[in-house]
Design a protein around this ligand. Structure first.
Ligand code: NDP
Ligand code: 8X3
Length: 260
């Protein structure tokens, strides 16, 4: 059964990886889309692709989720146009750097916390009131296995994803009694631009993360997001950890590497 067709889905971080794959997955279900990110050209290319392939309306918005005023203004604009999202996918996020805490770059921490935590808060604060008034909707937060288990050199990113876990649970509690669903999807290793961003563009370091096993893809996570959103009205999946079969925890990945 397709409960997604005709729904309006807002995805942050839709220019790459999980967000981009989710846009494709939702479009294939016949959802209307609002795609947000900072890279305008990527969004425009995706918009053209999706409108060409599927008979769905796609709107794009250059939006930095760290910019509170811009997020607030965009939410007000959507409301004025009666374009209230049925589904909000809080996906925009990143890890920056891989350092021991006492050697970490403060600028990296600021950007991670501003994006992963404050950006998610701003989006939720300004989009949710219209959902509450309408008494329907679904917020899908993208957390991480890093929000359940801490690993060495990841403390600041871990802290930001532990915060996403708390915000997901808090949001669900605060929306008790409404028909608004709240879900966190918490992946392990997914091959996207995530590691290139984490290692500040070092492709070799990034590629090494995914060597020797089959990582998840953005499409795997997008499938799960649409599955969760497509559940009947009375079913809410609160939190879902999704790992590649070769990964069993944040620390344990079975790699089969060839000797050189
Ligand atoms: P990508 O780097 O491929 O995608 C990240 C997306 O976030 C891009 O579209 C980027 O677009 C957007 N983004 C970054 N900063 C901002 C900002 N300030 N405002 C708006 N958009 C922003 O990585 P993933 O797809 O892997 O990451 C998506 C989410 O999944 C993140 O929250 C990440 O933490 C989480 N995750 C990823 C895992 C992985 O292994 N890949 C595992 C677990 C969770 P642009 O630069 O154009 O703004
Ligand atoms: C991304 C997964 O293990 O690199 O959140 O932190 S991990």
């Amino acid at each position: 059964m397709n409960r997604i067709k005709g729904k309006l889905v807002l995805i942050t971080g839709a220019s790459s990886g999980i967000g981009e794959a989710s846009a494709r997955a939702f479009a294939s279900f016949g959802a209307k889309l609002i795609l947000c990110a900072r890279r305008e050209e990527r969004l425009a290319t995706l918009e053209a692709e999706l409108e060409g392939k599927h008979d769905v309306g796609v709107r794009t918005k250059v939006l930095d989720v760290r910019d509170r005023k811009a997020v607030e203004a965009f939410a007000a604009e959507l409301e004025a146009q009666d374009a209230i999202p049925d589904i909000l996918v809080n996906n925009a996020g990143k890890a920056l750097g891989f350092h021991l805490l006492h050697e970490g770059l403060v600028e990296d921490w600021e950007e991670m916390i501003d994006t992963n935590v404050k950006g998610l808060l701003y989006m939720s604060r300004f989009i949710l009131p219209a959902m509450v008034r309408r008494n329907s909707g679904h917020v899908v937060n993208i957390g991480s296995i890093a929000g359940h288990q801490v690993y060495q050199k990841g403390a600041a990113y871990n802290a930001s994803k532990f915060a996403v876990k708390a915000l997901n649970e808090g949001m669900a509690l605060d929306l008790l009694g409404t028909r608004i669903k709240v879900t966190s999807i918490d992946p392990g290793l997914v091959e996207t631009e995530f590691s290139q961003v984490r290692f500040h563009g070092d492709r070799e370091m990034a590629e090494r993360v995914y060597e020797g096993y089959q990582p998840l893809t953005g499409e795997d996570i997008a499938d799960i997001i649409t599955y969760v959103v497509n559940t009947p009205e009375h079913v809410n999946i609160l939190d879902l950890i999704v790992l590649p079969t070769a990964q069993r925890s944040a620390h344990m990945v079975h790699k089969e590497l060839t000797q050189e």
